[in-house]
Design a protein around this ligand. Sequence first.
Ligand SMILES: [Zn+2]
Length: 482
Amino acid sequence: MTTRLNYAVLSVILFGLTASSIIVTAQSPRSRPSAKQAGRNLSNPAINSIVRQIDARNIERTIRQLVSFGTRNTLSEQNDPKRGIGAARDWLYAEFLKAAETSNGRMTVEKQSYEQPKAQRVPQPTIITNVVATLKGSQPEATDRIYVVSGHYDSMCNSPTDAKCDAPGANDDASGTAAVLEMARVMAKFEFDATIVFMAVAGEEQSLLGSTHFAEQAKQKNWNIDAMFTNDIVGNSLGGNGIRNRNTVRVFSEGVPTNETTAEATTRRSVGGENDSASRQLARFIKETSELFVPQMNVMMIYRRDRYGRGGDHIPFLERGYPAVRFTEVNEDFRHQHQNVRIENGVQYGDLPQFVDFAYIANVARVNAAALARLAYAPARPKDVTIVSRLADDTELRWEANKEPDLHGYEIVWRDTTAATWGDVRPVGNVTSFTLKGMSKDNYFFGVRAVDKEGNRSPVTFPRPVTRTQPTNRSTTTSSSP
Ligand SMILES: [Zn+2]
């Protein structure tokens, strides 16, 4: 209780700092703070608490338990309580239920099953089951906004259709599954504005079947999935190249949206934007959040959808227009992925627990959890953001008003067109348009993000150009600076 009170006092002080810095900045455009400086005023004790509570020992326990089922191949036994994917499914379901017990009824757990017809890696019709834990958001205006985090609990040895061989899958992908379960365990106790779905999917090695089913259901039901993270192969800190790196995780994001329309492509070729998809903004948001809340970890943004010749559970989401990224360790060791367990010329092959680093996985889970929590506390990223396309020295941005009652206002961010991350930020208050006087839209990339009263920032929305002729009656602020 005392701790909580201290946090409350701290928040008031920090919020005071934030508010004063906004005023100063608005009056003095030349002393604009960088994104990092603005972020320094940003504190969220709940996120710090979540990060602290993630425990590598739980992750180790989950991985060893999943490995103990012998194989989790999607085609393996579904009704044996000891061996096969069915045992793993039931164990995970029970564990997510335990997490839900602490949520005051806000977390529900289900097995989402369907029958997959015969396919390339599915020799006979097979039941695929995702274990899905949904932590419902508490703010009526935000509860339909959904963030999904997944790992795949199926595994394989050399052959994806070998249902009998041992396929421990400690790294691929008990690591991601264990990270997701640990996030659910910790985060179920916290109350967020938006909804978070913690998911263990099957059929990944059979061509992303479980995640495709979930994403397609979401699309059919018109779910507002605002971001999706997949954690796949996040457990090994020692690469096949001999390099040990315990403090970096790769976040893969596509630059050009998988589902880009012809018209969008025409616009992009004209004014750029190949580095500004919603998924890329998400990657930037994760990097920024990690710097704020998990400083021991570096997020290495990779500007591609996935590695060469590989895929992951984020792809079905991208195909349906949902922003999504993939988390993976920095240096992979292919002797411990998709291999029959064996010793060959003195080399141990196989995806065994001895080759995963539980403390490293816990740090990857912390980066995920901090970003998810920040997303679910923050307002939605601004919608319908446009940049007025006309010959002018000024840059005029417009957007739709957010609906959250705890909205504080908006920030315009910009960066050099060659920069990787947003460099400059300007709080503009609770308005739906803003003109930056004397700043050419041709020389920078711009974006808009929403901020709530506690200082939680949304990801950035990149504007699309519009040619505006008619004035609107929206509340407008114009910068007075030259
Ligand atoms: Zn995998």
